[in-house]
Design a protein around this ligand. Structure first.
Ligand code: ZN
Length: 293
């Protein structure tokens, strides 16, 4: 499943193609993905210029000249492919990759310059919805989302205030989308490792006796931002068949410190610990029992 860094990698790949372009045509090859495609989908898209392409949590948000947003979620297996015939002679600029099976090419945006942006999604857990841009922050998908992990609102003070009195462990606390938006299983494990915090520690221990942030809370916030930024820089992870918008595979997976490394030696010098796998709320957690406390 694409996590936040993969979605951001897709955004960065698509933005130069989409932003400033006009939508000239739409092929919607089925009525639905996870949810029905928007009503009068073509009518609302065709003729619109794409003003911006932003990301909130794991949602891609294309703002149109009409004042509506096209919100896209990749689900488990969603992927975009950019096809531009004029670039055939410039290999590496775009890779002509229509996915393992073009029968899963469900939505095709035709831009006025001839470029096609194809949405392929074999399992169809992804979705596309439209809403007025002004109503987007209050829309049911966005209203209750917690702090954007790479945004300025995620600070040690914010995290500690949300953790105060919570009787949940750090793993569950950080996976809660109402606390930090878009932070998934992989990057929670990695951030807890990097900050030396056990996934089993109570979230409330991020606060000191007066309810302010401890040093560990600060380290955790730094680690969250650092693991995500490094993953984005590396082009997202390569989990399963995930690819970024330009068809290139990410490389961050090779750099995981604990995720999916159960039974291997801890990478912390002289630690001597062995990475363990535990299950929290049905999701695997990887950690070093020696250097995470
Ligand atoms: Zn260790």
């Amino acid at each position: 499943m694409p996590e936040l860094p993969e979605v951001e990698t897709v955004r960065r790949g698509l933005a130069p193609v989409l932003v400033g372009s006009r939508i000239a045509g739409l092929d919607a090859r089925r009525p639905d993905l996870r949810f029905p495609l928007p009503e009068r989908f073509g009518e609302r898209l065709i003729g619109q210029d794409i003003i911006r392409l932003e990301r909130r949590a794991k949602y891609l948000i294309a703002t149109l000249s009409s004042g509506e947003d096209l919100v896209m979620h990749l689900g488990m297996t969603g992927r975009f492919t950019v096809v531009q015939d004029g670039f055939v002679d410039r290999p590496g600029e775009y890779i002509h990759e229509t996915g393992p099976n073009p029968t899963h090419d469900h939505v095709v945006l035709h831009l006025s310059n001839g470029t096609q942006v194809i949405y392929n999604d074999p399992r169809r857990f992804g979705f596309m919805v439209m809403m007025p841009h002004a109503e987007q922050p209050e829309h049911a998908l966005f209203r209750k989302l917690g702090a954007e992990p790479l945004g300025a609102e995620l600070t040690d003070t914010y995290l500690t205030r949300r953790a105060l009195g919570k009787k949940v462990n750090l793993k569950a606390f950080l996976m809660d989308q109402h606390v930090v938006a878009g932070l998934g299983n992989i990057y929670v494990s990695e951030a807890l490792f990097q900050s030396g915090l056990s996934p089993d520690r109570l979230a409330g221990t991020l606060a000191d006796r007066r309810g302010g942030p401890t040093r560990k809370a600060g380290k955790l916030v730094d680690a969250i931002k650092d693991v995500l930024e490094r993953a984005i820089e590396a082009g997202g992870s390569t989990l399963r068949d995930y690819r970024s918008a330009d068809g290139t595979k990410g490389t961050f997976q090779e750099r995981f410190s604990v995720y999916d490394r159960a039974g291997t030696a801890c990478v912390t010098p002289r630690c001597g610990g062995v990475i363990r796998r535990a299950v929290h709320a049905g999701r695997a957690t990887f950690y070093c029992p020696r250097c995470q406390r």
